[in-house]
Ligand binder design. Structure first.
Ligand SMILES: [Zn+2]
Length: 328
């Protein structure tokens, strides 16, 4: 099994079907093969491409590669049971259609059907944040209810209760980045004003602390650590925004744990400290908020965590159906 990238932990039974998960991002596809517990058996990455045909073809290549297929048409080293795909955009998990995937260059594609035809097993698609939420639930061995709060370019959350994703009636569960919190705030990309993600996201950090360096949020935190008053104020706006998201998640769905992930989570403990401090201030002002014990319910996705979006995509993949398992 030395040909398999990223094999971890224990010997891999190549005769048992595995779940394949793809995290299709704007620039790369992160692919994993996992067992039924979500343990990563193999992992590979390759470019996403642009446009529906190219992205679907590259997704199929990622599936073949993570299964250890030595050559086109030959038997894979691992046997695929299902393929799950986490992808940005508006995703319909029932029809498998993906729309408004602007960064990938397609408007409306029957993604699951197209990929399934190429790989020969059922394909399920899921919103990327939802996939990351499910992957986090499995990777951290959580129980009960959890929200995965993604602080990326924007802000969104995925909700998992007892291992099951909450989707709601139209898939909008967790889109809290577009809850307006400031009527006088800046215009959001969604057309509303003062949305939560305009104060708590990577984009917000870049606006609050304009700089040419690649990581504005890190530059902001560094400047604040050095006592720059403007940076301290901007950092507080950002932390209060994330704290507002945490409060919103608890007050609407009362999840036990909020796991902060996404690009901004790379700030690590300094971010968590600021968010907990903001929640603490809210608790000082309100015995009711204090009773919710919010600071202890927020954790960071650990830096060494498995690729949660790909793992979650795998776990969201189509259920077992022996009649469609490819046996090479
Ligand atoms: Zn908005």
């Amino acid at each position: 099994m030395t040909a398999l990238a990223g094999v971890v932990g224990r010997p891999v039974r190549t005769d048992l079907p595995v779940r394949v998960g793809l995290d299709v991002g704007g620039t790369k596809i992160d692919a994993v093969a996992v067992d039924d517990d979500g343990l990563v058996l193999a992992r590979t990455r390759l470019p996403s491409g642009f446009g529906a045909d190219e992205v679907v073809a590259n997704a199929a290549s990622a599936v073949a590669r993570v299964l250890g297929t030595p050559a086109p048409g030959s038997s894979p080293a691992l046997v695929p049971r299902s393929v799950g795909v986490g992808i940005p955009g508006v995703v319909d998990p029932v029809t498998g259609r993906v729309s408004h995937a602007v960064n990938l260059g397609f408007a409306d594609v029957a993604f699951a059907d197209a990929l399934s035809r190429l790989v020969g097993v059922p394909v399920a698609v899921e919103n990327d944040v939802n996939a990351a939420a499910l992957g986090t639930w499995h990777a951290l061995g959580l129980r009960g209810s959890m929200a995965y709060l993604n602080l990326g370019t924007g802000l969104a959350a995925g909700i998992v209760v007892d291992g099951v994703l909450s989707r709601g009636s139209r898939g909008a569960v967790g889109e809290i980045g577009h809850v307006p919190v400031d009527p006088a705030g800046v215009l959001c990309t969604c057309g509303q004003r003062g949305c939560l993600e305009t104060v708590a996201s990577g984009t917000a950090a870049a606006r609050l602390w304009p700089t040419d360096v690649p990581h504005p949020a890190r530059a902001l935190f560094t400047a604040a650590d050095h006592g720059d008053p403007a940076a301290v104020a901007a950092r507080t706006v950002l932390a209060d925004g994330v704290a507002a998201a945490v409060r919103l998640l608890v007050l609407t769905v009362d999840v036990e744990t909020i796991v902060v992930g996404g690009g901004l989570s790379a700030l690590g403990e300094p971010l968590l400290e600021q968010v907990r401090a903001s929640l603490g201030r809210a608790g000082h002002a309100s015995p009711f908020v204090a009773s919710l014990d919010l600071p202890s319910r927020v954790v960071l996705l650990p830096a060494g965590a498995p690729p949660v979006a790909a793992v979650g995509a795998a776990m969201a993949g189509a259920p077992v159906d022996p009649s469609v398992v490819a046996v090479g």
